[in-house]
Unconditional design. Structure first.
Length: 156
């Protein structure tokens, strides 16, 4: 009885240790980048963020996304994916977006495009960005309007 209990406990610990990969994160990625079934990024599954060392170890792209997720509410959002696009997580000279568009792994320096792709998509951030932008633009317009009034000759 004792050795079965230890075997079951070991199996449960193994399952708990591998529960780091988040299928919902992968689904967010696949949906946002419109990765089709059978494409290289769809086939790799958990290696997109975890590499080949197992689920406990994240590759550079996975670590970059994890830092963004930790600042949020443990949910991967499209704004986080957009934030990571301009970075070169694996240091191979290609941005994460260039690698994603080319179907190569943004977390593996050995996997990269043959050349820098052109016509990269421009992703928009959420509406909150536009609200912030509008407020900042209004402040700047008011500031410059005030400067203009001070420089113009006074009419008495």
């Amino acid at each position: 009885m004792g050795k079965y209990f230890l075997a079951a406990l070991g199996f449960l610990m193994l399952l708990t240790g591998t529960a780091q990969a988040r299928p919902e994160f992968r689904e967010t990625f696949l949906k946002f980048y419109a990765v089709k079934k059978g494409e290289p990024l769809e086939k790799i599954e958990c290696q997109l963020c975890h590499g080949t060392q197992g689920f406990q170890v994240r590759n550079p792209y996975g670590r970059a996304l994890r830092e963004l997720v930790k600042k949020g509410k443990d949910v991967l959002t499209t704004d986080m994916l957009i934030t990571a696009e301009g970075k070169d997580s694996d240091g191979d000279g290609y941005t994460n977006l260039e690698e994603i568009v080319s179907g190569t792994l943004p977390g593996d320096p050995a996997s990269h495009p043959k050349s820098h792709p052109t016509n990269l998509p421009v992703h928009q951030v959420s509406k909150s960005f536009y609200v912030l932008y509008a407020v900042a633009a209004s402040i700047l317009v008011g500031f410059f309007a005030g400067l203009r009034k001070r420089k113009s000759p006074s009419t008495r």
